[in-house]
Design a binder for this molecule. Structure first.
Ligand code: PMP
Length: 425
């Protein structure tokens, strides 16, 4: 029996499903999850010693690749000064200043420890600020696992959402409306009917949790106008896209100014950090200044903040995103070409350092289209790639990530592996 399987069997005795986050269990692709022993640069090694080129990147954070020497050195140094104080530190100011400088819509920011906390807190703040309850979210977008957000579309446009998780009371779900993503008409209808009840709209401006779906600028422009006219808070959830599609996120790319932004992943450089921030007049409503409560024992943790600071200071260097973006584009074009060669109906695209590989005949534009993916074929492709030593996300509904140490040779090696994998599926 493989060591991965031994560990999986053992893990399931004390950890539900053997994992601490569900997608790690390989439930949708089948097979034995790989227990990771260590990682370095673009590579990870599992418990059986097999090497993989890693395109998950811890689901986004590892934009410098694994084991960046500068990050390690800074974190080691910070560790000697203390792990956590429960009192403010200068590093937190530096990280806040850097975030506010790089993303100008963020005038003030508060640090938390995960993306879930960031979105949950931003929604509470928007509700406290507007005095309204209704939240609008979109089908296929994921914003972490707080109660208001574990809601799926009801049967019609203006029906309230239904819970998508056991344990979320209908009384909470009824305050969330779920709209089809990337559909301007649906936005206009909901604002016409309920605009003055809407506290906030939360959106992944490029969705990375239903594979990668990127609406055009016009969609976000219209969303911005509708929120402004209705006095609703527009929350861009850039936990995934922030510092991934470019240095300034989707908002910088499109020139849209959200009221609040949530961040996570890259800003912690692989350590637990999330953040929410935006308009100063809205942020003034958070405790201790205002009446919206929000707190955290490990918020602004000095080791995590150090990892984030070093990461952000490296990725803001001139040329960083040009190189990174070119690598992801090379990878997506390579996947696409190999699929065509093998006669597999599969498409691919990249946005900054995120990429999508879709087992659909054309690039999907919304949740309904992405759910038409040929899942059986994706699963076979995923396992063929794993055999080739390429670790893709274990689901047809997740985006992929490229780091700065995935050089052209590694990308080309991946494309060659994809060619062999496509010919088997
Ligand atoms: N928002 C988005 C867009 C995400 O992709 C995620 C996690 N993948 C979250 C929020 C939640 O972040 P976390 O897992 O750190 O709680």
């Amino acid at each position: 029996m493989s060591r991965n399987q031994q560990l999986f069997d053992r893990a399931q005795l004390t950890i539900p499903g053997g994992v601490n986050s569900p997608v790690r269990a390989f439930k949708s692709v089948g097979g034995t999850p790989r227990f990771i022993d260590r990682a370095d640069g673009p590579y990870m090694w599992d418990a059986d010693g097999k090497q993989y080129i890693d395109y998950i990147q811890s689901w986004g954070p590892m934009i410098l690749g694994h084991g960046d020497k500068d990050v390690i050195e800074a974190v080691q140094k910070a560790a000697t000064r203390g792990f956590s104080f429960g009192a403010p530190t200068e590093g937190e100011i530096e990280l806040a200043e850097l975030i506010c400088e790089l993303i100008p819509s963020i005038e003030q920011v508060r640090l938390v420890s995960s993306g879930t906390e960031a979105t949950m807190s931003a929604i509470r703040l928007a509700r406290g600020f507007t005095g309204r309850s209704l939240l609008v979210k979109f089908e296929g977008c994921y914003h972490g696992h707080s109660d208001s957000l574990l809601v799926k579309a009801g049967s019609g446009l203006l029906t309230f959402g239904q819970t998508s998780s056991a344990g979320v009371p209908e009384d909470i779900a009824k305050h969330t409306l779920v709209l089809p993503f990337n559909d301007i008409e649906a936005l206009e209808t909901v604002f016409a009917e309920k605009g003055n009840e809407i506290a906030a709209v939360i959106i992944e401006p490029f969705a990375g949790n239903m594979n990668l779906i990127a609406p055009g600028q016009a969609y976000h422009q219209r969303l911005r106008e509708l929120c402004t006219n209705a006095g609703s808070v527009l929350i861009f959830d850039e936990v995934m896209t922030g510092f991934r599609v470019g240095l300034t996120g989707v908002q910088g790319r499109y020139g849209i100014t959200p009221d609040l932004t949530t961040l996570g992943k890259v800003i912690g450089g692989g350590m637990p950090v999330g953040a929410f921030g935006g308009r100063k007049d809205i942020m003034a409503h958070i405790a201790p200044l205002g009446g919206v409560y929000q707190a955290g024992t490990l918020s602004g943790n000095p080791l995590a903040v150090t990892a984030g600071l070093v990461t952000l200071n490296k990725i803001r260097q001139p040329g960083f995103y040009d190189t990174l973006t070119a690598r992801a584009a090379r990878l997506a074009a390579g996947f696409q070409a190999e699929a065509v060669k093998a006669g597999v109906p599969c498409t691919a695209q990249s946005m900054g350092s995120m990429f999508g590989v879709y087992f659909t005949p054309t690039i999907p534009q919304n949740f309904a289209e992405v759910t038409k993916s040929d899942i059986a074929r994706f699963n076979a492709f995923f396992h063929a790639m794993l055999d080739e030593g390429v670790y893709l996300a274990p689901s047809a509904y997740e985006a992929g990530f490229v780091s700065i140490v995935h050089d052209d040779a590694i990308i080309d090696e991946t494309i060659a592996a994809a060619g062999r994998a496509f010919s088997k599926v």
